[in-house]
Design a protein around this ligand. Structure first.
Ligand SMILES: *[C@@H]1O[C@H](CO)[C@@H](O)[C@H](O)[C@H]1NC(C)=O
Ligand SMILES: *[C@@H]1O[C@H](CO)[C@@H](O)[C@H](O)[C@H]1NC(C)=O
Ligand SMILES: *[C@@H]1O[C@H](CO)[C@@H](O)[C@H](O)[C@H]1NC(C)=O
Ligand SMILES: *[C@@H]1O[C@H](CO)[C@@H](O)[C@H](O)[C@H]1NC(C)=O
Ligand SMILES: *[C@@H]1O[C@H](CO)[C@@H](O)[C@H](O)[C@H]1NC(C)=O
Length: 234
């Protein structure tokens, strides 16, 4: 009975997995300009290892790592920014433990700069020239110099990868949208976890983000646009 139920659930999950559409037609040529930054959000061991065992998670990891490598191969390299969730000490002074975000990050434990769970997941390369920022809320710019860096470097376009879609991705899309950045989200490089993951992924990428409007593109479109972009200025 239990096995049968599990099979049924798998079938249901497959049946509800929804296609993610791009906001830009496949045959339309575009590029990111010269003043773009690549944002790789919360790709830490504590979040990525949780999805690494699923085929959707492996596809996400493969696609994201391919993107990071392609961006690193640009010459000159664009501004590349990673974020990592962690707190200054085990007391997590940046949050109240009972606040909504405090409860949301409780599963990561007493996560600090040196914790294994706060390190960038091993499938993703980080170079010395990449900027790696601490962050302490959902928004990529919470508790760090993200906005200062984007402004100081004259950035006008950002390209987002990371997890979760309903957490750092949506939160960051909204805040940077209001700060007048042009935003692209690479659909293959985002993932949702937990109950109703496919539904939430589709609602965010097919519904909410295009409505702002911000762009949702595939990894294939992102790689092609990257080749047509630059030389990066910052
Ligand atoms: C990326 O996502 C698109 C749209 O869902 C899909 O058609 C394509 O196969 C994906 N590419 C990879 C490398 O997973
Ligand atoms: C994706 O695009 C196709 C073709 O335009 C459309 O039929 C479908 O309804 C769209 N799916 C979603 C979830 O928006
Ligand atoms: C892209 O495809 C659409 C639909 O197939 C077509 O109407 C349009 O002319 C094409 N655009 C370009 C730039 O080729
Ligand atoms: C991801 O990449 C690994 C190693 O290249 C490969 O074995 C695996 O089949 C890929 N998985 C998916 C879902 O693309
Ligand atoms: C986390 O830190 C708090 C405060 O120092 C401590 O009370 C708690 O036992 C720690 N929890 C773990 C899992 O280490």
């Amino acid at each position: 009975m239990k096995v049968l139920l599990a099979h049924l659930l798998t079938l249901l999950t497959l049946a509800t997995a929804q296609t993610i559409n791009s906001t830009i037609p496949a045959n339309q040529t575009f590029n990111f300009g010269k003043h773009y930054a690549v944002l790789n959000l919360d790709l830490i061991d504590g979040t990525v290892s949780g999805v690494a065992t699923t085929s959707a998670g492996q596809a996400f990891i493969n696609s994201t790592s391919k993107w990071i490598n392609a961006v690193h191969n640009q010459s000159p390299k664009p501004l590349i920014i990673f974020t990592r969730i962690y707190f200054t000490t085990v007391q997590k002074p940046e949050i109240g433990l009972e606040t909504p975000f405090g409860i949301a990050v409780a599963p990561l434990g007493n996560i600090t700069e040196t914790s294994a769970v706060s390190q960038i997941y091993s499938a993703f390369d980080v170079l010395d020239t990449d900027v790696v920022l601490q962050k302490t809320r959902y928004y990529a710019g919470a508790g760090n110099g993200l906005e200062e860096i984007l402004r100081a470097q004259g950035i006008d376009t950002v390209i987002l990868s990371g997890l979760r879609t309903s957490g750092v991705i949506l939160s960051t899309v909204y805040r940077l949208f209001d700060l007048d950045y042009k935003i692209y989200v690479i659909s293959n490089n985002t993932i949702e976890v937990g109950n109703d993951a496919a539904l939430i992924q589709s609602a965010a990428l097919n519904g909410i983000i295009p409505k702002l409007p911000a762009d949702v593109i595939t990894i294939e479109q992102a790689l092609a646009a990257l080749k047509r972009s630059g030389p990066a200025v910052w």
